[in-house]
Design a protein around this ligand. Structure first.
Ligand code: PEP
Ligand code: MN
Length: 338
């Protein structure tokens, strides 16, 4: 991506001065194509700042008129959509907490039926590709276009440095299945400023189409998500520091072509080996049945996995990879034998 599209702006529109000061600075950054501003904030706990509502939309529209930047906000109900349209909002996004609920998504799709209005659909809170795809299908069926996705990371049960764990493979799969542009919301993935740059770089390296970044003229005093917001100046520095990557050069690059051909050969070998292994599994299954033995022999399975983890480590392969690959093989093998 040589020219990343950036949607930037405050987590929440707080007051006229805040959104105008932020928008003026952002308008000077060429990559910033859309000004975001939260008007209705889905908060985890009651009594937290829940956004300015309609009053905030007036200030957001003022920022659009003054800077020429198109504006975007989050909608979760038909009333939100109606108000956003009244105040000339140019693009909408559906938040992670809304995408988890098919009733809400359907209601929004019905409200926007047949409209030419860009709608960005964030991933649901949980790592559920189908739920994310389903939201797109509801909007597509309603004839809403254009649609794009935002990867904002997922709730994750393991400890991690991220606020919402980025599962790049899910975002890549969504892009493959639906053929839609995908932006990376580095702010909600990271939850802090320190990880933003590397996460943005990763997004570019993986050929995603742009970034959503929370920016505030005085981030330390933001009413919501202060720890992850950055100033427009910091955004400018961050964008300058990114290394572009081309996805075009690949077609006539001989070094890459040779390496890819090697990968193709290895994959073909892997498939042959897997087929052979499954064949042996079937034979073992038939034998165990004849002898009245259980299919799963836990001690042997634990031993096999421990051995593979050890060998894998010696070969420089991660524990995660070995666990994933052999758990999948073991499961398929059990299914063969049952
Ligand atoms: C936001 O973008 O302000 C927001 C609430 O994000 P998410 O739905 O990703 O939590
Ligand atoms: Mn936020």
């Amino acid at each position: 991506m040589n020219d990343p599209i950036v949607m930037a702006g405050p987590c929440s529109v707080e007051c006229e001065e805040q959104i105008l000061a932020t928008a003026r600075a952002l308008a000077k950054i060429p990559e910033v194509k859309l000004l975001r501003g939260g008007i209705w904030k889905p908060r985890t706990r009651p009594d937290a700042f829940e956004g300015r509502g309609e009053e905030g939309l007036k200030w957001l529209l003022e920022a659009k008129k003054e800077t020429g930047l198109p504006i975007a906000t989050e909608v979760a109900t038909p009333e939100h959509v109606e108000l956003a349209l009244k105040y000339e909002v140019d693009a909408l996004w559906i938040g992670a907490r809304t995408v988890v609920n098919p009733f809400s998504v359907q209601q929004l799709a019905d409200t926007l039926k047949g409209m030419d209005l860009p709608v960005f659909i964030k991933n649901p809170v949980s790592p559920d590709l189908n739920l994310w795809v389903g939201a797109f299908e509801r909007f597509r069926k309603a004839g809403v276009a254009p649609l794009a996705a935002i990867h904002r990371g997922f709730s994750y049960y393991k400890e991690s440095p991220y606020r919402n764990f980025p599962m790049w493979e899910i975002a890549i799969e969504l892009k493959r299945v639906l053929d839609v542009p995908v932006l990376t919301d580095i702010s909600h993935i990271c939850g802090c400023r320190e990880l933003l740059r590397d996460t943005a770089q990763k997004s570019i390296d993986l050929a995603f189409d742009g970034l959503m970044v929370e920016c505030h003229h005085d981030p330390d005093h933001a009413l919501t998500d202060a720890s992850q917001q950055i100033s427009p100046e910091m955004l400018k520095e961050l964008l300058v520091s990114l290394r572009p990557r081309s996805s075009q050069a690949a077609a006539n690059d001989q070094v890459l072509a040779a390496l890819r051909s090697e990968i193709d050969d290895i994959d073909a070998e892997l498939l042959q080996l897997l087929a052979r292994r499954m064949n042996v599994s079937s034979q073992i299954g038939a034998y165990k049945k004849e002898k009245g033995l259980t299919v799963v022999q836990m001690d042997r399975w634990k031993q096999i996995l421990a051995n593979h983890l050890q060998t894998g480590e010696e070969l420089g392969l991660s524990k995660e990879l070995i666990n994933k690959v052999f758990e999948a093989i073991h499961l398929a093998s059990i299914q063969r034998q049952s």
